[in-house]
Unconditional design. Structure first.
Length: 478
């Protein structure tokens, strides 16, 4: 498939006019990275005879990417360079030929090709295509060996024209790794953030947020834990990934003070824990490999960080929590509006009327203390007192027995691990609350192999401070 993109790097040679008679030619040039649109400093230049690789000269580029090699005698020379940037882009070192036939100066420009050029080479896209290419590899978390035949999936929302109106739908692209574990994912939109994961059979990495800039060429590697197990949770009849991936983190405030009792979790795996008096937390039962760690605290903006967890070896991470800023809801434009895809999805489910959905204002009208108190009097929901802070939410399963629903927080499944939802999200942070008290009410986005309902909480920060509105009513002033 890629074979480390052998021969893709482009080279341009321009011979200058002889400066003055001298016994040998002087080679001068510049090395430029067209992907990042910047010169490459400290690149190692190697010039050697085509018929004798042992005869050669070395140089390095300065801060402007310029270099100079003096005294090349007549003959054919080969020119190349090494730089960590080539490894990060999965590119082989370029090779150029220089023929010295007379004394003088020879000007050379070596360039990593642009993202557009790489995208055209790998995917055949046209010059005016607005998509990017994502390349990388997938490896086993334990052995670090390449995984052939694994899949990488990226998804994002797109506007589509259907039934004489514009709607949003989720679009996905999938690529498989070759025998070297490398993949090429074409057709990913530029200038946005997509969600991505790698999987093989029933094993998968965590879901990560992958930024796609306008450079048209992105490198993303994935590490997959094939030894993690699915276990039953205490809070719901659902499977949850457990493994030997471990992360040791420290959470501080903006002024560097340790943050006590912040909630940390690995999204989709492991146990949610609290920071101690030193601001330190430890999670030791998450699936290893590519994961996302999230830290939350009431009154502070949540923060997420991508990590690569190694089985049995704790990975260190640091987090700084910033106080939440009180801001007004963003004004919604009805005509030609462009809303976050999650806001569109919430309102689409609201229009179907399968469950009970409360917007942020209604939640705050129902309660100013505990979030779960807003669920009082909702059909099919019962609140039970718990030892500690907040309430326990109960629903009815298909067999009539009471059960504890699965909780989604900002689109990710959240196992509370003994914590109350009220300890994690205050009513002031809620943009929408979705309640599906019966398994048959659950929409496809929240399908689970269990016999209980679903509670989905969306925060204002995650939705970009865009208010959620009941699509069945006329908009009201916010």
């Amino acid at each position: 498939m890629m074979k480390r993109m052998a021969g893709v790097c482009a080279l341009w040679l321009a011979f200058g006019q002889p400066a003055e008679a001298q016994p040998a030619a002087r080679l001068r040039g510049v090395v430029y990275d067209s992907v990042s649109r910047a010169p490459l400093a400290n690149a190692a230049i190697r010039v050697f005879r085509s018929d004798n690789a042992g005869e050669g000269l070395d140089a390095r580029t300065d801060s402007t990417g310029a270099f100079s090699v003096p005294a090349l005698r007549a003959g054919t020379w080969l020119l190349s360079f090494l730089h960590p940037r080539l490894d990060s882009l999965r590119l082989e070192p370029p090779l150029a030929r220089v023929d010295v036939v007379e004394a003088g100066d020879i000007d050379v420009t070596l360039a990593v090709p642009s993202g557009a050029s790489l995208a055209r080479t790998l995917c055949g896209v046209t010059a005016d295509d607005s998509t990017a290419v994502v390349v990388g590899d997938v490896r086993d978390a334990a052995s670090r060996r390449a995984l052939a035949g694994a899949s990488v999936r990226a998804s994002w929302p797109e506007w589509v024209f259907a039934k004489n109106e514009m709607e949003r739908e989720l679009v996905a692209r999938v690529a498989r790794t070759d025998s070297t574990g490398q993949f090429v994912l074409c057709g990913v939109p530029q200038g946005t953030t997509v969600t991505a994961l790698a999987y093989a059979a029933s094993d998968s990495t965590g879901v990560i947020e992958l930024a796609i800039p306008s450079t048209e060429y992105v490198v993303a590697d994935f590490v997959l834990d094939r030894s993690a197990d699915f276990v039953k949770t205490d809070s719901a009849d659902a499977a949850w990934r457990r493994g030997t991936g471990a992360v040791r983190g420290r959470v501080t405030t903006a002024d560097g003070a340790p943050f006590t009792s912040a909630v940390a979790r690995v999204l989709g795996s492991g146990t949610a824990v609290r920071t101690d008096s030193s601001g330190v937390f430890r999670i030791s039962d998450a699936a290893a490999g590519t994961q996302t760690v999230e830290v939350r605290a009431v009154g502070y903006d949540p923060i997420r960080q991508r990590v690569e967890l190694v089985p049995g070896e704790p990975v260190a991470a640091a987090f700084t929590l910033e106080k939440s800023r009180v801001t007004l809801d963003t004004v919604r434009v009805v005509a030609g509006r462009k809303l976050p895809p999650d806001v569109e999805a919430i309102e689409r489910r609201w229009r179907r009327g399968l469950g009970t959905i409360l917007d942020g204002r209604t939640v705050r009208e129902r309660t100013s203390t505990n979030l779960t108190s807003a669920l009082w009097s909702i059909p099919g929901v019962r609140l039970g007192m718990r030892f500690g802070y907040g309430n326990t939410v109960y629903m009815r399963g298909n067999g009539g027995q009471e059960c504890i629903p699965i909780v989604y927080l900002d689109g990710f499944r959240f196992i509370t691990s003994g914590l109350s939802l009220d300890e994690i999200v205050p009513p002031s942070d809620v943009a929408a609350l979705e309640v599906y008290s019966r398994p048959m009410q659950r929409p496809a986005e929240f399908t689970e192999l269990n016999d209980c309902g679903v509670l989905a909480v969306w925060t204002t920060r995650f939705l970009g401070n865009i208010p959620v509105m009941d699509p069945r009513k006329k908009p009201r002033n916010r």
